[in-house]
Structure formats: C-alpha cells, structure tokens
Ligand binder design. Structure first.
Ligand code: GPQ
Length: 831
C-alpha cells in the first residue's frame, strides 16, 4: 500500500469546521511537506482544495458506481472548450460547506477571500461556446443526469491580455505552472491516438471487402479528471480532459548520445498536441495542429466511451439506447467517421448497421451562422493525417448524394451546396454538412437562430430532414451566476421567497409582487449600489482609477468582434463627450461606460477597436469637464472571474449586435438575472428575454433581421447615414482626423474606412440614431430611480427560463432520450 493511500485512510472528512481544519493541517504536512508556520498562501490554498476534494471523492465514486449498477444512459458532451473558471466557491456552494471552510481558514489565520483569489481560472475556452459547456456540466450534475464532459487539458488556456499604450498584448496563460489540485491524473486511463499511415483493403473470412488503417504513428491520450458536483444532491459527475503524452518511454540503451537528444525532442512534439488552446473565436483557421487536436479529442473519447460501454453491455447495436454523444459545434464532428471506422473496421459491422448506430448516437449543436466560422478541412490535409477517415467521408458523401438525387431530382446546384466535400481549387470537407448528415439532431441555440439556420445556411438540409432540426435556447447556471457571484442579492431573494429558485429558477416570478414593497425595493437597490462600490474598490486597487458609483454603470463585456459592435458604444461615448463639451451647463445623467474583452491575436480590426476605446477613454477621463458626468474604461484580461465581479454591478447590459449575427448570447441572461436593464437589438436570445420580461422592461432598438435584409437589398449607403446625423458625423470625423490620437492622426483609418468606403457591413451607422435615442430612454428611466428598479426587478424575476437546468432538461427530453433520469428523487428540497 502506498503511503498516500494509508495516509488518506486517516484523513477525516467530516463536515464541521474542526475536522476541516484538521484536514487542512494534515494536507499541509502530509501532502505538501510543509506546516502552518512555514506554508505560503499557495500551499495553504492547495491544502484547502485537497480538503474539499476529500469531501467530494466518496460521492464521486458512488455516483459512478450507481450509474454502472443501474446501467444508466450516459450523456457525453464533447467540446474543444470548457471555460469553467475557478472551482473553489462552486464546490463549496454545492457541498453547502461555505461557512465551515470560511471559519476553518479564519481559525488558521487566513482570510477565505484571499485564499480563493489564489486560484487561476481554468480558462480553457474563448467565450460563450466554452462557457456554455461549463454551465451545462453544472446543470447535468444538478439534475442528476449521467452527463460527462470530454475536452483537452491545454497547458495554456486563452492568452492573458495586457494593455500597453492602449494596445492589446498577448501573454501565455501558464495556469498549470504550480499544477492544479482539482485534476486527478489517471494512468489507468490512457489510449493511443493514431495519425497518418494508409488505408489497406483486404478480404475477410466471409469474403467481404474490408479496410485496415496501417503504418500509423501515435500519441497517447492520458485522462485527467475534474469533479463536477451537483447542487447539494450527492451527485458528482466528471469532466475528463485529455493530455497528450509521448508513445513510449525512451529505450535508452538503443540510443547513442545524438539520438537520445533527438528522441527527447520527439516527446515534445507529441505533447504539443495538447499544448495550447487556439485563441480564435468564430473564425476558421485551417491549421493542421488544430485538426490533430480535434481528432485527438474525438479518438480518445470514443475509445473511452466504448470501453466503458463494453464493460456493461454486450451488443454494440444497443449503443444509442445507452449512450448519447453531443458534439459542441463542428469541432468534434470527426466522431462521425471515427465511430463508423471503429464499428466497421474493428467491430466487424456492415456499413448499414454502423451507420444506423452512428446517426442515432450522435447529435450536433450549431453556434453561428457566420460563414467564416464554418470549418472546412482541406481534403489534402485529411488524406495525409487521417486517410481512412477521408475514405469513409467520401463513402458517406456518395451515399448521401444519392439520397439527395432521390429526394430532389437532378438539381445540380443543390447537390453542390449540400455535398460534404466541396470541389474546386482546394477541395475540402464541410464539417457542418458532415454533422447534419451523420447525426440524428442538429440544434440552434436560440429560437431566432434556429429559424435562421433553417432558412439560410442549412436550408437545403432542413428541406430534406426537417425532423432533425430543433431549437435549444441557451441558459446559464443560477448557482454561479447568482448564488455565488451576487451573494447579497441571493440572500435577499432567499429571505423573501425561500431558496427553491436555486434549482427552479422560474420561482423567481414570486418576486414580481415585491415591486410595490418599498422596504424590499430599498434593499434591492441598496444591493446594486453595494455591488457597484465593491467593483469600484477593485478597480481603484488594481488600476488606480476611481469609478463614479453615482453614475449609470453601463457595461459591455464579451469577445471583441465587429458584429458585436463595441464600436457603436465607443461612438456613443465620444458623442456624449462632445455633447458635454458643447453644453457644459446642460444637465446630464452621469454614466460610467465599462468595456472588457479579448480580441483574437490575428484579428487586426478588433485589436484596433481596443486601441480606439482606450484612446477615447483617455480623452474622456483626462478632461475635467467630464467630472461627475462621463467616464469610460477598458478593463484588461476579461475572464469568468472578472465577469463574476462586473455583472452584479451593472445597471445597463449592452447587447447590441447586428440583428441575425449573435446566435444567442449568454451574457445577456446573466446581466438580466442580476437586475441590469438590457439595451439591445432583436438578436439571439434578446428576443426571448424580451418575451419573458415584457416590452416595457427592456430597451430594444434598431434594425430587425428582416430590416437588415431589406436595407441591404434596397442598397445601403453608409455615407447617407453619416451625412444625416450631425453628432455621428462629428465623432467619425474626429476618429478619422486624429482627435483621439493626435500623435498618430491616421491610426484609425482602417476603422473609418470600413465604416464609409467599406460601406459598414455591420450597419453601425444605420443603427446609430436609434441607438442614441435608446440611450436617451435609459437616461430618462434612470432619472426615476423607483421606476428604474422596478424594471430591474422585473428582469431578475422573469428570466427563469434562461436557467441552463431548463436547457439541459430540453436536451435530455428531445435529443438524448434520457428524460427518465430528470429529478429522480435527487432533487434538492431546500435547506
Ligand atoms: N460562439 Cl461559432 C462562440 O463563443 N464561439 C464560436 O466559435 C461560435 C459561437 C457563441 C455565440 O457567438 C453566442 O451567441 C452563443 O451564445 C454561444 O456561442 C453559446 O451558444
């Protein structure tokens, strides 16, 4: 027996402060070889987490055991991104041990908050897509679903953003420098992942033509598991992240000195597969290493799923009965040909049987209509890297095209559009088409988005397979996005209506009645003020900048992208500046505009937006005439943890994408839940938020999807809008003429050129006048605090629909076929 095991058996895992203290001390000594006198904060943090882990392990093991014994249908969520953020608060909230750990830390001489802040975010994602995956894991565990996340353990997550002289600088996110106590490496769970080689035909005993994938090279995928606890229900699911390791340890005797060094370098090359998350959001960059990452994830995950399956079941034809696999976007869609390959080449099934199993087991989520985001892997790259898969894809396509002919007759253009392989100079595999053909359900992420994919990018497919398309409006976990990040509000709500809302978010509707309860409303508005002050203290401490907490906190935080139109808010900020300069005595409603977000390192326009926002901010913040009236600030290195501080402090939530371009948005939901008023376009889930909160409780402006189409059809000219709006023209002229950057007056020409000569593809100028009007509505409403907080409360009270618990229940029912697992006696019934 190893020393660790015998030591662990002595660790007490009680739920009281004293036993927690004992365990922290024990971990300091026996896991970290230090003690309370000499340990530093990092070591103390690690002992705290190890003590939390001790309290998860039994439930973790029991949960898996129960799934095995009951042969529960398993749901596998495969995603290249899991933006899970920090885990300590979440684990303690879910275990209901916050107070005990707080007290334990205190008794041992540490402040819990300080210890919590030691944790690096696990930032294994770019934005909404990765955060959605994280919320889904929380909800699956909370609903008691046997749901497992599968991803990659990148050594480097999304880059750290610094701002130098107003420009974004990227730095590596070395989050694992000191390891993470949350992940358990499992040497017993390791699979070879093969690449290259060739597909070799042969005839089997029954005289059938079959194929073998031979002469491959391989790396190993090693499992690292992170526990995913449900909310106070004893369920602990698993997030399995694969790390690439080299195939075999070096056989030293066979190497001479020179080869030895080269061989060690080879290890590096193999391990590079899981080195770094690609920092692109909604832009397909066809790098081979990324394709390797995608196959690495798919191959190791399918091997793991099938190994587990075979331990419990005999017949792979029952796979869809016991397994559902959800592909988060097209990134894992090589699962289609890989599952086909395993079933045919390794398990000996014929094509038809393999196809039936594959389609019924897999499903795919689409997250955008932007054409530049759709993955198209060059056939030449696949032929080299995954020759057998390419061959299978060709066969899938051949059979599919026959069906298209059967269905639509000889419609060459349609066939060309629907083909999985696009021909042309560089033939490529359209991963979305592969996903639609090779799975039983394709879903969009908001009602409007799903309608749009049916009508636009996937129209032909919808006409052929209408029953495959389904909507699953996104959601967010109320545990992290209210209970944890806004404790004062969560406590107030619980004291009024009880705590059932934590797992039944629609119960917040009970707050509707409180709008006329003066005492309650005072508390509600005081909490917002308190959160603003907390944010101001943070900004003061970290940036030396003093936010005006009397002002409207107007916040836009998300990836920087032209379609999200951070530029429109920046123009508004500059226009306000001009107005105040021209009307020094006019009354204004004070505003503090806050931005945060990362730009993809290769996205020059988005990076220029960051510089512009910083230049405008400098102008505003250094002008004494703006004092008490207007501020503008860009916070660097946006992260889940930063969002947790910003969202509770927001008065206004900026959701201003060009209609039709934001698939859903999920920040919009987090803000509304925390009582911010949305200023937004009729895009993504904003449409459904409006339906829920009511037209009077959201400020909608601008072109609709139809309006956008109509305007483009009828011939949009941005110059007309530029000339028609004086305030807008003034700002664009200032940006163009160097007003915000006198030392480099032409710096922003790329921006102004895209707006004017480039005819403003994202319709910033077309929507600006309506936006400025909408901002006036914001001012007017904010000037009547009673009215304002009523609207805010209606937002908190009415966005229950956007709990990811609801989203997951919908997936469970309509896609995964596991509705029987929902709330099976596991439900949290309140404390
Ligand atoms: N989304 Cl395709 C991403 O965050 N990254 C991507 O590469 C793609 C989509 C977002 C999308 O923009 C948001 O509107 C959604 O709310 C989010 O996915 C989750 O569905």
């Amino acid at each position: 027996m190893s020393t660790t095991t015998s030591k662990k058996l002595n660790v007490k895992t009680g739920m009281d402060t004293e036993s927690i203290k004992a365990d922290i001390l024990s971990h300091l000594r026996y896991s970290l070889a230090t003690d309370i006198e000499t340990a530093n904060k990092k070591e103390f943090y690690k002992s705290v987490v190890l003590s939390v882990m001790d309290r998860l392990h039994d439930s973790w093991l029991n949960t898996q055991k129960e799934y095995r014994e009951k042969k529960t249908k398993k749901i596998y969520y495969i995603s290249m991104e899991f933006l899970i953020g920090r885990l300590l608060d979440n684990a303690l909230v879910n275990l209901n041990l916050e107070q005990e750990f707080r007290d334990a830390c205190k008794d041992l001489g540490y402040d819990y908050e300080e210890i919590r802040d030691i944790e690096n975010d696990a930032a294994l994602g770019n934005g909404g897509l990765g955060r959605l995956a994280a919320c889904f894991l929380d909800s699956m565990a909370t609903l008691g679903l046997a749901g497992f996340g599968y991803g990659i353990k990148y050594d480097y997550g999304i880059f750290k953003q610094k701002i130098h002289d107003g420009y974004q600088i990227e730095r590596p996110d070395d989050w694992l420098r000191f390891g993470t106590p949350w992940a358990t490496t499992r040497p017993s769970v390791m699979y070879p992942v093969r690449f290259y080689g060739r597909s070799v035909p042969y005839t089997d005993e029954d005289g059938h033509l079959r194929f073998k994938w031979e002469n491959t090279q391989h790396v190993y995928a090693l499992a690292n598991d992170i526990p995913m606890p449900g909310f106070r229900n004893g369920v602990v699911n698993n997030l399995r992240l694969w790390k690439a390791t080299s195939p075999k340890s070096l056989d030293l005797t066979s190497f001479n000195q020179g080869e030895y060094i080269n061989a060690v370098r080879d290890i590096e090359l193999h391990e590079n597969i899981s080195r770094v998350l690609y920092p692109n959001d909604k832009i397909f960059v066809g790098q081979e290493l990324r394709l390797k990452q995608e196959y690495f994830l798919v191959s190791s995950t399918l091997q793991d799923i099938l190994r587990e399956y075979k331990q419990q079941h005999d017949d792979l034809r029952d796979l869809p009965k016991y397994v559902a696999i959800q592909c988060n976007d097209t990134h894992p869609n090589l699962a289609v040909p890989d599952l086909m390959r395993i079933l045919m080449d390794e398990e000996g099934f014929d094509w038809e049987t393999s196809w039936d199993i594959t389609v019924k087991t897999l499903s795919y989520t689409n997250h955008t209509v932007l054409p530049e985001a759709l993955e198209k892997w060059p056939v030449s790259m696949l032929r080299n890297l995954l020759p057998r898969h390419l061959q299978i894809i060709y066969e899938i396509n051949k059979r599919f095209i026959n069906k298209v002919h059967e269905h639509f007759g000889d419609d060459v253009n349609r066939v060309r559009r629907m083909s999985i392989i696009s021909e042309g100079e560089q033939p490529s595999v359209q991963m979305a088409n592969l996903g639609i053909v090779g799975t039983h359900k394709v879903n969009g992420v908001a009602a409007l988005h799903t309608d749009l994919i049916k009508k636009t990018i996937f129209r032909d497919f919808f006409e052929m397979y209408p029953e495959r398309f389904t909507n699953k409006t996104n959601g967010i976990t109320p545990r992290r996005w209210l209970k944890q990040c806004n404790k004062p509000l969560a406590d107030l709500i619980t004291s009024e209506i009880g705590d059932s809302w934590i797992t039944h978010l629609s119960d917040l509707r009970k707050l509707d009645d409180k709008v006329n309860d003066k005492k309650f409303m005072k508390k509600y508005s005081d909490i917002k003020q308190q959160n603003k002050e907390r944010l101001a203290a943070y900004v003061k401490e970290n940036y030396g900048f003093e936010l005006n907490t009397k002002a409207i906190f107007d916040i836009q935080i998300k990836r920087i992208h032209e379609y999200k139109r951070q530029l429109m808010l920046a123009i508004y900020a500059a226009a306000q500046y001009n107005y105040i300069k021209a009307n020094p005595d006019a009354p204004v409603v004070p505003r503090t505009i806050i931005f945060a977000g990362k730009a993809a390192p290769g996205y020059a326009m988005a990076k220029m937006f960051i510089k512009l926002i910083n230049s405008i901010s400098d102008k505003i913040n250094n002008d004494p005439d703006m004092e008490g009236k207007l501020q503008c600030f860009f916070l660097d290195n946006y992260s889940v943890t930063l969002a947790e501080q910003l969202i509770p402090a927001a008065d206004v939530s900026e959701q201003i994408s060009t209609a039709g371009m934001e698939a859903s948005g999920t920040g919009n939901m987090k803000f509304a839940l925390n009582g911010a008023v949305t200023i937004g376009t009729l895009d993504g889930a904003n449409v459904e938020i409006k339906e829920e909160v009511g037209d009077e409780n959201i400020i909608i402006f601008g072109l609709t999807v139809e309006g956008v189409e109509e305007l483009r059809r009828s011939g949009y000219s941005s110059w007309e809008y530029y000339n028609a709006d004086k305030a807008l023209k003034q700002v664009i002229d200032q940006i163009r003429d160097g007003f915000f950057e006198p030392d480099h007056p032409s710096l922003f020409h790329t921006i102004t050129n895209s707006l004017l000569d480039g005819n403003d593809y994202f319709l910033v100028l077309a929507d600006y006048p309506a936006y400025a009007e909408a901002q006036k509505e914001v001012d007017a409403l904010y000037s009547k605090p009673d009215e304002w907080f009523k609207v805010a409360l209606y937002n908190t009270a009415r966005v229950g629909k956007f709990s990811s618990d609801r989203t997951i229940s919908d997936y469970a029912t309509d896609i995964w076929g596991c509705e029987d697992q929902l709330n099976k006696g596991r439900e949290y019934q309140g404390s």
